[in-house]
Design a protein around this ligand. Sequence first.
Ligand code: ADP
Ligand code: MG
Length: 314
Amino acid sequence: MDILDKIKLGGGKFMKKKKDMFEADLIKLTQSFQEACSDKEFKDFVYGLNIKEDILMKYTSSLQDAFLECKNCAKCKGLSTCKNKIKGYKYTPIDEGNIINFSYDECPKEKKVRELNSYKDNLELYELPKDIKEACFKDVYKDDKARLPIIKYFKEFMDNYNNEEKPRGIYLTGSFGSGKTYLIAALFNEMAKKGVKSVLIYYPEFLRSLKASFQTDFNERFEYIKRIPLLLLDDIGAENCSNWSRDEILGPILQYRMENHLPTFFTSNLTLSELEKSLSITSSGVDKVKARRIIERIKQLTVPLELISKNRRD
Ligand code: ADP
Ligand code: MG
């Protein structure tokens, strides 16, 4: 007897054992499938897939998962209450002939919301509350006359944005909580819908985190901010001004944006002359010339407007 026959003989015993095991497994699979099918809804669901029974049987547990998710979807009351394992997706069987594959299909509602909101990717926030992304023109308080000149300017801005020389941004000063940040965010959102990218920065916090990024991605961030098509420096004047922040950060950002006609917006509780005073005093002393230079750049970059209105924060 050669070695091959020996293997075949041994293999024969092995095959018989395997066959017994296979039959036992098959009985188990059949039982659990039949048990699951005692639920009529499940039965209708699986037979409705038009897949052969002997294939279906191998996937009882996954089919039960898919069935549950399908039931959840039938009772859908919106994405926020989605009960599926992965919110906004449905575990779905796919007939692949001799096997069933399962995939997570995106819910059409989720897809629609995502598509509707995709323009928001054009708008980036640094250290500002997320809800500012929802700011839109239709929600701007129109009963408040103080907002009308700003809205008028926004309209001009949008009409002229594609001209060779881009319109200027706004230096928007005014009382705390009057809605300055909200208004500029509403404009940037409208521009985002037209595909224009923007960044809104809470300036005091941005300076702190930029300083902390020296060892990491400082340059990338600095260059990105310099070049972004629309920029808002929010709450300028509320930062702790230093020679570094004024002369190495703010100065070069404004200079670059001025030279490249990149619209730049500011909000501040300070008027331009108050800001000038604030920028002239640092821990290293008083430097009126350097502060003046920054103010000159801001004046070149913006139209000054004011929003004195009631505090909307309460
Ligand atoms: P400011 O920047 O002038 O201090 P904000 O823009 O932060 O003021 O506005 C103050 C609060 O009022 C914020 O919570 C903002 O979301 C809200 N707010 C301002 N204008 C509107 C508006 N038109 N619709 C809804 N909420 C608004
Ligand atoms: Mg603000």
